[in-house]
Design a protein around this ligand. Structure first.
Ligand code: TXA
Ligand code: MG
Length: 325
């Protein structure tokens, strides 16, 4: 599908901007919308043509299925079949940064292309009030992957969206920076055994507390990745990334966490959270990676991040940014 060059206006997230965004979506357009995790590149999930536009704008491999966004659990249950675990998780964490992969229901209207031909469907009810308003006004499931070009760092502000997608989408609805900063946690509930497909904004321990048992991480050694977002190289800055660094070496940019090391820091230096707060670090992760990368270093050295709470999602994204490509 040829990519149509177009103006990409920045709409304000007021009643008028929300109405314009919803009208564009109902007409088959592409609009980047804010959610509490990252900006999503939204399109009508029931329209194959609209969804094809997402893949074209992102230059995304078309085998990647997309998340369908709904305003509430009742709307989500019209699309998918919820077992007891899925229901408990939805009630505990929706609206919020959780995506549930469930069997598609008999009346599912999410098109085949958005589901990549799978018998399952990924559903999410976002908490962001602007996303909520757009979903209410659109009145149909809205497909929305992160609003960045495929393989690039996810967008957590309207400026990031425009840097990747200006001229390729119909509008961006600007509601300022995203609060959570990493994508939703994805859990599949397909065969009675909930699996963690992607660590994200809801920590694993909070999910395990609700289902009362440990989650298996799909895609761990030897398992085929069921969630293509788990493919190794993803979220890639232009610079190479060196993980769990104690301090920057000569010539490296530095991305710190917690107190800075005693070593001299380069000019290209940012800190995810000087206080060592994992929430703050998650919300700054993609923005800081973009800012450091734009300074053109060959290598970004990153301080160690504890593997607890949101640290699991942060380390997952950093490992992908560091993967060989
Ligand atoms: O926070 C988020 O989840 C953001 C905001 C915009 O909602 N969206 C997002 O979408 O991160 P995306 O497309 O970048 O990631 C969707 C992930 C992909 O890894 C995809 O493979 C997985 O969801 N997925 C979607 N449908 C699936 C299915 N039926 N089975 C397994 N994985 C699925
Ligand atoms: Mg993405």
């Amino acid at each position: 599908m040829p990519l149509r060059e177009r103006e990409t206006p920045r709409l304000q997230a007021d009643a008028d901007g929300i109405a314009q965004a919803a009208a564009l979506l109902r007409g088959g357009g592409l609009v980047a919308i804010p959610t509490e995790t990252v900006y999503g590149l939204a399109a009508d999930a029931t329209s194959g043509e609209a969804v094809a536009g997402i893949y074209a704008a992102k230059e995304r491999p078309s085998f990647n299925p997309l998340i369908a966004h709904l305003p509430d659990l009742a709307a989500a249950r019209r699309q998918g079949v919820f077992d007891a675990h899925a229901l408990a998780l939805a009630r505990a964490f929706w609206p919020g940064p959780l995506t549930l992969v469930v069997p598609a229901g008999p009346d599912c209207t999410v098109c085949d292309l958005a589901r990549a031909g799978l018998p399952s469907v990924a559903l999410r009810v976002p908490a962001h009030p602007v996303a909520q308003a757009v979903l209410q006004a659109a009145g149909r499931p809205i497909a929305a992957p992160s609003a960045n070009r495929s393989g690039r760092i996810s967008a957590t502000s309207a400026a990031h969206v425009l840097a990747d997608l200006a001229g390729r989408i119909d509008a961006v609805l600007d509601a300022g920076p995203c609060e959570v900063g990493v994508e939703s946690t994805i859990v599949s509930c397909l065969d009675g055994a909930p699996r963690l497909l992607r660590p994200g904004g809801i920590p694993r321990a909070a999910i395990e507390a609700v289902i009362g048992r440990p989650l298996v991480l799909a895609g761990e050694a030897g398992m085929a990745p069921i969630s293509p977002g788990l493919l190794a190289s993803h979220y890639a800055p232009a610079a190479r990334v060196r993980l769990e660094a104690e301090a920057p070496r000569a010539g490296e940019a530095w991305l710190g966490f917690g107190p800075e090391p005693d070593a001299a820091l380069p000019e290209e230096s940012l800190n995810l959270s000087p206080a060592g707060d994992l929430r703050e670090a998650a919300s700054r992760l993609f923005g800081h990676l973009r800012r450091l990368d734009a300074m053109g270093p060959a290598i970004i050295a990153v301080a160690a991040i504890p593997q607890e709470g949101l640290g699991e999602a942060i380390n997952d994204r950093l490992a992908r940014a560091a993967a060989p490509r």
